[in-house]
Design a protein around this ligand. Sequence first.
Ligand code: NAD
Length: 483
Amino acid sequence: MNAQPEASHFIDGKYIEDRTGDVIEVIYPATGDVIARLHAATPAIVDQALAAAKRAQKEWAGWTATARGRVLRRAADIMRDRNHDLSVLETYDTGKPYQETSVVDATSGADALEYFGGLAASITGEHIPLGDDFVYTRREPLGVCIGIGAWNYPTQIACWKAAPALACGNAMVFKPSETTPLCALKVAEILVEAGAPAGVCNVIQGYGAVGASLITDPRVDKVSLTGSVPTGRKVYAAAAEGVRHVTMELGGKSPLVIFDDADLENAVSGAILGNFYSSGQVCSNGTRVFVQKGIKDAFLKRLTERLEGVKMGDPQDPDTNFGPMVSENQRDIVEGFFTKGVEEGATLVTGGKRVDRDGFYLEPTVFADVTDDMTIARDEIFGPVMSVLDFDTEEEVLARANDTEFGLAAGVFTADLTRAHRMAAGFEAGTCYINTYNDAPVEAPFGGSKMSGVGRENSKAAIEHYSQIKGVYVRMGDLEAPF
Ligand code: NAD
């Protein structure tokens, strides 16, 4: 497959190039080879994208919501028809195994387009009677929305932002991560093919500076970021200057609590899914695995056995189930945590090394006897590193689970029905799981509390974050005034 796109940017319905922009090299994480060369947006490209979005948004908002929804649902069908090619490209872009991308990335993007396409026509206001008078509300689009993406789920992130934005009648300018710039272009291309007016969904490339220049432009009404907490702080502050709407999907260090009475096999599955899927590069991962003392030995034994099923290799091979880190930089960052874990006294159960092959592969790694103060238990690692911590009581583990600045996700495995719901109520996290981990269907809200973010993606909740209510007071009789 030729991964090189026709041009770097997709603006106003067509591919556009400006070779004066900084070069962005796209590197296949499985080999380290450069597979495409793109250019970051120059100020002229940024201006062109925002001008197109501003113009197209007015036309798009004037369509009936049913017609807008139809476009999104058609786009969903096109994405599903092209799932194979889109998954191969996503695998080149991210290094994630085809075994994952073929069932998660374009498919969850299509789910979002279909869901919000279906919801579009039900986005309405209400009538509020006031005697003879009344108020009615209009649910209106915000205008031009900026989407800024992380590198772990490029297609999904583009769709999770564009689908609700477009359903509500907004236009979007999306800037993918400079590490994975390829797939969002396909999403914009497909939306136009499905009938979206040119300019309604635009994709421009760039490093952080391009993202920063988008946020403060007076034509922009909303910014939705998926990224790290440090970037979130900067983007939130820049958006605040213009009192712009924001959605912040940021980092996490989520707890996964396994009680003695849990089904061991399911609990091990949850811990594997919550730490090693996408080689651990998932924001909501349950990387602090609290295991009640009575089940600890059995848990570690079974986990180690199950990790023998890891198949590392060419990510395009459908049998491979564990891929490389997205970049050399990310590999080096995660390797630093291997060293920290050992230095600070955690027990290395398995893994902990770089893999001797081309590309940015690391072994799936488990540390036991981890304590709350260790760096590997406090910092977001964003790699295949599971920290196992011991606990005795429910009260103790809930307090420790919540003792973090993050609040993205949390999970509990137990056979005790009431305890499961008590834990879910007690977790300080936006997305919780009982006897499962990391499911993210479009029907359910997804997002974080505390430093992990503001706003929610997916579900009906996302509509609140891509629209605003206007109240219209209607007087039916004469109007009195004091003079
Ligand atoms: P990052 O914060 O480095 O970059 C995210 C995006 O922000 C990139 O597109 C980058 O170019 C852009 N950016 C950087 N500086 C900017 C600035 N000053 N102004 C505007 N844009 C700027 O994150 P990353 O390394 O790409 O992704 C990993 C992080 O993303 C992790 O912390 C992870 O937890 C988080 N994440 C969160 C979710 C979620 O839904 N909560 C999902 C995936 C990833």
